[in-house]
Structure formats: structure tokens, C-alpha cells
Ligand binder design. Structure first.
Ligand SMILES: Cc1cc2nc3c(=O)[nH]c(=O)nc-3n(C[C@H](O)[C@H](O)[C@H](O)COP(=O)(O)OP(=O)(O)OC[C@H]3O[C@@H](n4cnc5c(N)ncnc54)[C@H](O)[C@@H]3O)c2cc1C
Length: 356
């Protein structure tokens, strides 16, 4: 008989886990307190990348997931990544050479471009950089759309608008989860993909997993009638890209900084920076503002696996979940369906010392 798996959380990570589990032959039920499509996922900059000061093992894990996005595009109708590339010059001058040399040594398709080439890549730049790094293999995705496409393709039982209040144990093993109306959804395995709520859900059965959840604001402009940016730009002024709908979205400090209660002011400031950076943005206004919280395990790296000694329970929580969703879904499904833990998951054990 098919293994029954309950997935708690239908953001990009839960959606990918559910789809890969269904593909592996499991009977999947997915529950979400909202309408599906996630919380952090909805508020993400959604840049698919392997870069930014990561140690080599984590770089390679992210890169493996970038390839995973190409696989998902061919396997799931409605999953579409814009492989537009990323143009970066938001790097201190003293770090530029080392940053480029390190990533090139690791095999990243990174190349240095001068002002003329930067303008060929992004003709709309008002202040093109003297030198920048361009990574053609990076992409952007509309993350809620991608999560919903995965949910639709996963089939199974979807219980949206259903809040899990606690995990349920029986005979020392997790046997499912209790939902808000008091009923218990039973399963052979329960996967927690609940983003920032993960720590609280695990606490209901005394499993520790320390998290930090830093906020990040993204300004979404009104819709521009024409294409102003081809891909992602990481400039000292701000990080920006244009959505498929035509909005310019911008954040600062790794694609979204803490607004500290001053959302409106920060959004206006970002709009002004975008206008100074991109030609043709003059008539745009702030369309809407999002503030999301990054679901980050306390040491900054993903937590993917079974917490120590707890049978029937699996945890998947991470920042950069948009980049990592394909590899996480694939490897979680293999571990749950076939009992094989991929060696690349070794650094991400949720029971590791830094998370207790
Ligand atoms: C400002 C910002 C910028 C970012 N930029 C990038 C980027 O450029 N690239 C990148 O790769 N990543 C980025 N990230 C991180 C990325 O968005 C997240 O890592 C990813 O979206 C996490 O997905 P998730 O499915 O784990 O969580 P979520 O999207 O938060 O989904 C969790 C789901 O669980 C549900 N849930 C929670 N509690 C319960 C409960 N008790 N019962 C039922 N359901 C529950 C929620 O309703 C939600 O739908 C960014 C994040 C932020 C905030």
C-alpha cells in the first residue's frame, strides 16, 4: 500500500515536496492555513542563484537546485523560470577580484563585464557600472504561480484554509497533526514545511529548532507599460527586477531590508532609487509593499531531515527556499519513499548543535 504523507505548508517548499512525493508513489495530503502559495514565498524577491558569500558546499547545493528548476520546467506544466541572468556590481571594490575568482573556480558561469557590455545586457540603465559581474545562468520566477503549478500537478488531497495546531504522537512516533477543528489528520509520515511557523509546530511535541526570522521589505511599483529591465540588477542603490506583469520590484540588503515600522518611507526611498537607476521608470508610483519574514534556521543554513529520534517526522525549513525548492523536494521524496538520504544533505541535519 502507498505510504501516506501529510505535508504541512503549501509554500514553494511544501508544494515541491508534495509533487515529488506524489511522483514517487506516496499518497499525499497537504494542509495550509492560507490559500496555498505560501507566506515567505509570496513576499520573496525570487532570485534563483548560488552566490553571495556562501561556503563551497552550500554553493554546490544551490547550484544543483538551479539545475532542478530546469527539470521542473520540463516536468510540470505552468512552471516557468525566466533565465534572464543577474548583473551585480553591489560588491565592495576590495572584494571584487576574490569574489569573481572564487565563484569561477567553483564553476559558476560568472564573467566580468565593462560599461558597454553592461549596457548591452541592460540598455535601460541610467547609471551603468564601470565593471560588473554577470551570471547568465541565474533566473527569476513568479514564486506563487510556480508553487500553485506544483500543487496542481501533485494532485492528492489539498486542505487549504486549514490550520494545524499541534503534532500528534502515538507510541513515541508522530502519527499526524491536529487541525483547528480538533480532528486529527493521520499519516505514516508528517513533513513540516511551514516556513516561519516551523519552530512553534515542532515545540508542540518538544522538538527544538532555533530560528531567526528577519523581515524584508520589497517595493512593487505600479505596472510599467514596457520592458525596462531584462533581468536582475544588484546595484549599490538597490536590488531590482521587473515582474512578468511589468512591475519593478526593489529591495535593499539582500533583496529586502527591515523597515523598522517605516514601510511607507522605505518604499518611497526605494522607488526614488529605482527611478534614478532605470530609464523609463519616471512615471511609476508605489503600487504595493510587501514585508516578508525569512524562515531561517539559527545558523543560516537549511534544516532538512528527521529531527533526532523522532519517527514519522520530517522537517524542511530554509531561507533561499525559492532557489532550493526543486532539490529539497527531490531529496526529501527519495528519503521518505526509498529510505535513501542523499549525501549532499549531510550538513543540513535539523538535529545539529547550532539549532538546539
Ligand atoms: C524579503 C524576502 C526576500 C527573499 N528573497 C529570496 C530570493 O531572492 N531567493 C530565494 O531563493 N529566496 C528568497 N527568500 C526566501 C524564500 O522566499 C523562502 O525561503 C521561501 O519562500 C520559503 O518557502 P516555504 O514554502 O518554506 O515557506 P512559506 O512560503 O512561508 O510557506 C509556509 C506555508 O505554511 C503555512 N503554515 C504555517 N503555519 C501553518 C499551520 N500551523 N498550519 C497550516 N499551515 C501553516 C503558511 O500558511 C504558508 O503557506 C526571500 C524571503 C524574503 C522574506
Amino acid at each position: 500500500m502507498a505510504k501516506t504523507v501529510l505535508v504541512v505548508g503549501a509554500g514553494i517548499v511544501g508544494a515541491s515536496v508534495a509533487w515529488h512525493l506524489a511522483k514517487a508513489g506516496c499518497a499525499v495530503t497537504i494542509v495550509d492555513a492560507g490559500e496555498g502559495g505560501g507566506l515567505a514565498t509570496r513576499h520573496s524577491f525570487a532570485w534563483i542563484n548560488a552566490t553571495w558569500g556562501n561556503p563551497e558546499f552550500y554553493f554546490h547545493f544551490r547550484r544543483r537546485s538551479m539545475a532542478g528548476w530546469r527539470r521542473l520546467e520540463s516536468e510540470i506544466p505552468g512552471v516557468a523560470v525566466n533565465w534572464c541572468g543577474g548583473l551585480t556590481w553591489d560588491i565592495p571594490a576590495e572584494d571584487f577580484d576574490r569574489f569573481e575568482a572564487e565563484h569561477t573556480r567553483w564553476g559558476y558561469g560568472m564573467r566580468r563585464v565593462d560599461v558597454a557590455e553592461a549596457l548591452r545586457i541592460e540598455p535601460g540603465l541610467r547609471m551603468p557600472p564601470e565593471q560588473a559581474l554577470f551570471v547568465a545562468e541565474e533566473g527569476m520566477v513568479e514564486p506563487v504561480e510556480a508553487a500553485r503549478a506544483m500543487l496542481a500537478a501533485a494532485g492528492g488531497k489539498a486542505m487549504m484554509g486549514t490550520r494545524v495546531v499541534s503534532l500528534v504522537t502515538r507510541g513515541g512516533k508522530v502519527a499526524g497533526a491536529r487541525i483547528a477543528d480538533g480532528t486529527v489528520v493521520e499519516a505514516d509520515e508528517t513533513v513540516i514545511a511551514a516556513g516561519t511557523a516551523t519552530q512553534n509546530l515542532l515545540e508542540t511535541i518538544g522538538v527544538p529548532l532555533r530560528m531567526i526570522t528577519s523581515p524584508g521589505l520589497i517595493m512593487h511599483s505600479t505596472v510599467a507599460p514596457q520592458r525596462l529591465l531584462n533581468g536582475m540588477v544588484f546595484a549599490p542603490q538597490c536590488n531590482a527586477r521587473q515582474t512578468r506583469e511589468g512591475r519593478l520590484i526593489a529591495g535593499s540588503d539582500f533583496a529586502g531590508a527591515d523597515p523598522k515600522g517605516e514601510e511607507e518611507r522605505m518604499a518611497r526611498e526605494l522607488l526614488a532609487r529605482v527611478k534614478a537607476l532605470v530609464r523609463g521608470a519616471e512615471d511609476l508610483d508605489v503600487g504595493f509593499i510587501t514585508v516578508g519574514h525569512r524562515p531561517t534556521p539559527a545558523d543560516g543554513f537549511p534544516a532538512i531531515g528527521r529531527p533526532d529520534g523522532v519517527e514519522g517526522l520530517y522537517v524542511t525549513v530554509m531561507h533561499s527556499g525559492v532557489t532550493l525548492a526543486p532539490i529539497v523536494g527531490e531529496l526529501v521524496a527519495r528519503e521518505i519513499a526509498e529510505g535513501i538520504r542523499d549525501p549532499d544533505l549531510a550538513p543540513y541535519d535539523p538535529g545539529r548543535a547550532g539549532l538546539r
